[in-house]
Design a protein around this ligand. Structure first.
Ligand code: ASP
Length: 439
């Protein structure tokens, strides 16, 4: 069995955390490939090394004073090296980094050094090989990840390597320059490595015990989701639930490799297993609730709209021309409503209205702002009666007016639009009905 383990920044923020990680890796000999993040926060007031690197680089490349920040970064690594009694000297590494910063090498390079150095430390601590991600993870000149080239290279390289540390978050372009994924991108590296070695499991170790049914800032002590499908996760992450980088799903999905979210500080907890599909019945009908504020709706009315071929295309064409993506589009017989991100829309509001008048000659356009979308997601909803009724009843009892309803024929999610100010109450009401009272 082969397991890829990725550890997040807070799991590697200090020597104490490194020791927990070492214990976890040594507890199962199948944990053969390790993908570390950069040291994260040790407490709420602390700073992530990645943020310090960005600050340091910006100062150095603009001729401002940067030495103090560089020293702070160095101290973070020294604390780990000393706490683990490692025989490691980073003088040369820091000299190269400083020279490169002063030469204005680029922000991606700067940010990547957090993972790079942590990878060197981790490999020394575990006594296994270090593989620089720049040699095995590739990007094109525009910074887009080259999935197939990377997979081929990594597969060949790791076929002859029993155990290795591969730092997360970065790779290189053909010209040798360092490129990174977006923030939190070490999750993607872990997934890429898992795909390349045809892993049985990708364990993603973090500081929470898995995905929660709802946002803990809204619902008190929400339950942990035990098993979730890639599709459900995608829907919940898109709507704001964040534990794993959104793009981390794609590489493992190609191979059907499960991802297991685990808590470094509570390895005894079950965590959340993310799978392609499962016969395991979910504990509740719904798997999770998530949502986002900040939408507006554009209501368009035109007599005989239903029989006008191409009306929808004309309206959406105007949005496309203005570079605006739409989120939902419920429609009636002579009406359609388009839900759009408010900030995106406001920047082009009058052009959109004029454009629709010109392209589709509607009778009337109305706008409403400050709306939120709440998604109720769950594979258990398919074919089961009464889920929508319970969602609507919960909202009615909480005295929340529903502005929009959207359920696709996959039956795996119901999306409702409410006012921004009702957002939190809506999530609490739905959680109560499906989780608290269902126990
Ligand atoms: N260190 C990077 C960040 O802070 C990447 C990661 O941790 O996944 O975003």
């Amino acid at each position: 069995m082969k397991i890829v383990v990725k550890f997040g920044g807070s799991s590697l923020a200090s020597a104490k955390q490194f020791k927990k990680v070492g214990d976890i890796i040594r507890a199962d000999k199948n944990r053969r490939y390790v993908v570390p993040s950069a040291p994260g926060k040790r407490n709420d007031k602390d700073e992530k090394v990645t943020d310090l690197l960005y600050q340091c680089y910006d100062a150095a490349s603009q001729g401002k004073s940067y030495k103090k920040i560089l020293e702070k970064i160095r101290e973070r690594y020294e604390e780990i090296i000393n706490g683990l009694n490692l025989n490691l000297n980073l003088d040369h590494e820091f000299q190269v980094i400083e020279e490169n910063f002063l030469a204005g090498i680029g922000r991606d390079y700067a940010a990547s050094r957090g993972e790079y150095l942590n990878g060197i430390l981790m490999a020394a601590y575990l006594g296994i090989e270090f593989i620089d991600a720049a040699e095995v993870v590739f990007f094109d000149e525009n910074g887009n990840f080259l999935s197939e080239e990377t997979n081929q290279e990594l597969e060949e390289r790791l076929a002859h390597t029993e155990r290795a540390v591969i730092p997360g978050f970065y790779g290189s372009a053909k010209d040798g320059s360092i490129r990174t994924f977006s923030r939190g991108g070490s999750d993607i590296t872990g997934s890429i490595v898992a795909r390349a070695i045809h892993a049985d499991l990708y364990e993603n170790w973090t500081d929470v015990s898995g995905f929660l049914v709802a946002d803990p800032r809204i619902v008190d002590d929400p339950e942990v989701i035990e098993t979730i499908t890639y599709k459900e996760l995608r829907e919940l992450s898109y709507m704001g639930a964040s534990v794993l980088h959104e793009d981390a799903i794609f590489p493992v999905r190609k191979e059907g490799i499960p991802i297991h979210i685990r808590n470094t500080n509570r390895p005894q907890d079950k965590g959340t297993l993310i799978v392609e599909n499962t016969c395991r019945k979910p504990k509740h009908i719904i798997t999770g609730i998530a949502g986002k504020k900040g939408f507006c709706s554009m209501y368009i009315e035109k007599a005989m709209m239903n029989s006008e071929v191409g009306f929808g295309r004309k309206v959406l064409g105007v949005l496309e021309d203005q570079g605006i993506s739409f989120e939902h589009m419920p429609s009636g017989i002579d009406t359609m409503t388009v839900f759009i991100h408010q900030t995106e829309f406001m920047a082009h509001e009058q052009q959109v209205i004029a454009g629709i008048h010109r392209a589709a000659a509607p009778d009337y356009i109305d706008l409403e702002s400050d709306l939120a979308l709440v998604a109720v997601v769950g594979r258990g909803m398919k074919g089961s009666r009464g889920t929508a009724a319970r969602v609507f009843a919960a909202l009615a009892h909480a005295r929340i007016n529903i502005k929009m309803i959207d359920q696709g024929s996959s039956e795996s999610n119901i999306i409702v639009g409410v006012r921004n100010e009702d957002f939190e109450d809506a999530i609490r009401a739905i959680y109560d009905v499906f989780v608290t009272t269902e126990l």
